[in-house]
Design a protein around this ligand. Sequence first.
Ligand code: UD1
Ligand code: CA
Length: 455
Amino acid sequence: MNKAIILAGGQGKRMKADIPKPLFKVLGEPMLEWVISACEDAGVSDICVIKGFKGEMIDEYLNGRYKTALQAERLGTGHAVMQAVPFLKEDDSDNTLVLCGDAPFIDAKTIEEALVIHKQQKNAVTVITAELDEPKGYGRIIRTDKGISGIVEQKDANEEQLQIKEVNSGAYWFRTADLIGLLGKLTNNNVQNEYYLTDTISIALAEGKNAGAYKSENPEIILGANDRKDLLELNNIARMAVIDKHLANGVEFICTDGVIIERSVEIGVGTQIQPSTILRNGTKIGSGCIIGPNALADDCTIGDNVVFNASQAYSSTIDSGVTVGPYVHIRPDSHIKSGVHIGDFVEIKNSTIGEKTAIAHLAYIGDSDIGKKVNIGCGTVTVNYDGISKSRCVIGDNCFIGCNTNLIAPVKLGKAVYTAAGTTVTRDVPDYALAIDRGVMKVNEGYTLRKLKKQ
Ligand code: UD1
Ligand code: CA
């Protein structure tokens, strides 16, 4: 079985943060996750992640999904792979892919094509390379007329070698049994006193084994982040790549400023995404919608022909033909059914809103089940929390909730109930009734004039 080792032991000091560098996010997902998904997409799922600096954070993130090996000290990329020798020995009959956890754009196509070359050439090791106009920082690929002869790190390179534009991506295929043997022969005899994985190439060749290179036409696959500026650049590249994919699928963008769409998001044909829209976490949007400006949807399912303007929604479902916004906050576990209209300054939490109901302005609906064609007046509040526990409000179909109604949960209103403006509903109301709770209004004539005279 083919295996993969992902190197994620480094700290990334230049990030100036106390987390392992591969956990920094590009478009909402840790770089490590991008690398894992490339492996999975290429059909390699027996993966061992090498952890080191703050390894417990890698464990916490992976949550048992993949094997890990601890590199207690950072003694180089070769040393990191040595920590996975027991993993390699579990099955050394096939090939092992080694990837860097901080180079998120490696993709399945590159991995698969490199494996084809690796097998065709019967190589002990095949390194994935690319040509960069600015190769600074990367290991340079040294070639002779017989093919690749080794890799020289930037810090160990001479003037002539520094001119080479073909660089090491940090991704390789190894024949697993050969990798185990080669690791045993690495030394740390170099400028950085590290065990370089790159030395496996020259060692393999010296032993009469084959070593080769697969040059990718897409230099982006090798990009990594050493500092926050690089990370921003990776985010920009990923962001535009996702937008390009949606453009090709028939999604409309009039201006992409501030638009951030994560990889996991799906959008239907003819939907228009307006500026400053952020779509995260597997959000699915149907066709013919207008989303934005200034909208955020996280883990939501949104139907067709929805207008979602300057609002935020989390872990909720919004059915077709709904209009939301501006300035609406839909909190988790809400279901807004088709044809609902929710206007400005409305907050909804853990509630179901029935078909064609209108909540036009300034309301809080929490822990409630609201029927169809209900009108929720301005200022309505479901009083769902008594300081100790939360309770539900149930409002039947066709109710008319007057402005500034307080509904003290738990409470249930039947079908077509009216509540008078300003009513505090403290007990259940049967079908077709009016709930009214008011003091007697007094009118004190001439009051203002008397008050002014006293001054
Ligand atoms: C490495 C390569 C270089 C290549 C570049 C591509 C070596 C010697 N050099 O250089 O040829 O062009 O990657 O990005 O391999 N790591 C550990 N433990 C360690 C050291 C590193 O787990 O002891 C991990 C890091 O977290 C990172 C990866 O290995 O994910 C690469 O390490 P890094 O220090 O960035 O290597 P480079 O010097 O960039
Ligand atoms: Ca690096």
